[in-house]
Design a protein around this ligand. Structure first.
Ligand code: CP
Length: 317
């Protein structure tokens, strides 16, 4: 297995099966620190730099919380408009990271341009973690999802997935790449204008992913062990910021997971994941059903970032 020391986390296409399990093992080891709301000193000598060119609640703060839990330090920005990258100068990724690399030991970057973290990794002498790039990928989120599945179901192989939402989403791309490493048939359900591209489907076939597409969640929910939902009503992820217009549409029934649907059609032991934020695709009355696991995902999101930071920065092997 390749070492994680000093490694960029840009894509799950790069991840090997045993690397997934190794990250999950380290996450389990570190979990008691977060569970007991303690701060340890594993990364006391290290600093995380956050470079967020797009809004985020979970990804940025979970990385920051993870760094604090491991005794490390945090600096960075959550609004590029207040830096030279977002004002008159429109400073390039290269020029920006050639500065940031001296301010800390690892950079987590979210950007509206697909491939921006990869560009940063070309120039930075410290590791880059992709915190979501345009319609590209969101590897740390999907590692969190898979870790949640392992925690909740005790296995990943052999589970059937239903993935609902906009297939242009970065989480969907990372999910599809990740599932190629497991025995997990998956059904994708998306609006016609948001389906998997022909090119991406060819790539998934090349990696032997067992997948099919359906038009309505009702066609696949009955078989699913894991139901992963993302919005179909959402911002343009290629913009730095997308204010909500006065009118936004409602999610059609085809892409919505309601309490009634779960009660009537879902397996009684299926689990329901959502990376959040949500619109109306999972109504709040689903939150207290036995299927929902998105609040557990929120906790696991901190644990997963602790594992990644500890591995990349050499505190764990
Ligand atoms: N799941 C996720 O990426 O959330 P944020 O946009 O709040 O980081």
């Amino acid at each position: 297995m390749r070492s994680f020391l000093g490694r960029d986390i840009l894509s799950l296409k790069d991840f090997e099966r045993n690397e997934f399990f190794h990250v999950f093992e380290v996450a389990s080891e570190l979990e008691p620190i977060a569970r007991s709301r303690r701060n340890d000193d594993l990364l006391a000598e290290k600093t995380l730099v956050t470079a967020f060119y797009q809004p985020s609640t979970r990804t940025r703060l979970a990385h920051e919380a993870a760094m604090h839990r491991l005794g490390g330090h945090v600096t960075g920005f959550a609004d590029a408009k207040m830096t030279r990258a977002g004002d008159f100068y429109q400073e390039s990724i290269k020029d920006t990271v050639k500065m940031l690399e001296f301010y800390g030991d690892v950079i987590v970057m979210r950007h509206f341009q697909q491939g921006a973290p990869h560009e940063a990794a070309k120039w930075a002498s410290i590791p880059i973690i992709n915190g979501g790039d345009g319609w590209g990928e969101h590897p740390t989120q999907v590692l969190t999802d898979l870790y949640t599945v392992l925690q909740e179901k005790g296995q990943i192989d052999g589970l059937r997935w239903l993935a609902v939402g906009d297939m242009r989403m970065r989480t969907m791309h990372s999910l599809a790449y990740a599932l190629t490493q497991f025995d997990c048939p998956v059904t994708f359900v998306a609006p016609p204008e948001m389906t998997l591209t022909a090119e991406f489907k060819e790539e998934l076939k090349h990696y032997s992913l067992d997948f099919r597409e359906a038009e309505h969640v009702e066609q696949a929910i009955g078989d699913a062990d894991v139901i992963l939902v993302e919005p179909v009503v959402q911002p343009d992820y290629t913009k730095a910021r997308d204010e909500r217009g006065v009118e936004v549409g409602l999610t059609p029934a085809n892409y919505k997971i309601t309490r009634e649907l779960l009660f009537n059609k879902a397996k009684s032991d299926a689990i329901l994941l959502h990376s959040l934020p949500r619109m109306d695709e999972i109504p709040p009355d689903v939150d207290i059903t036995r299927w929902s696991r998105y609040w557990q995902e929120a906790f696991n999101g901190v644990v997963m970032r602790m594992a990644l930071l500890a591995l990349i920065l050499g505190a764990m092997e």
